[in-house]
Design a protein. Structure first.
Length: 70
């Protein structure tokens, strides 16, 4: 599984969540509405966005931020 770190022009900079390895993938291989923090898999069919995992990760971050600012 990978995380989108950032978009730089025509490249999407991603991190392998298991190894920490950074990878550059052409922007054209992603849906138009991708953004930093999205989780995805690379398969023989291409990029497969993991929407449920992305939403769960964002909720965990939000919950941690709320706990910090109590």
């Amino acid at each position: 599984m990978y995380t989108i770190d950032r978009v730089e022009g025509d490249l999407v900079i991603c991190e392998n969540r298991d190894t920490g390895e950074m990878l550059e993938i052409p922007r054209c291989q992603f849906p138009e509405d991708i953004r930093a923090g999205e989780l995805f898999d690379l398969t023989e069919k291409g990029v497969q966005i993991r929407q449920e995992d992305t939403e769960a990760a964002r909720k965990r971050v939000q919950d941690k931020m709320k706990a910090l600012w109590k």
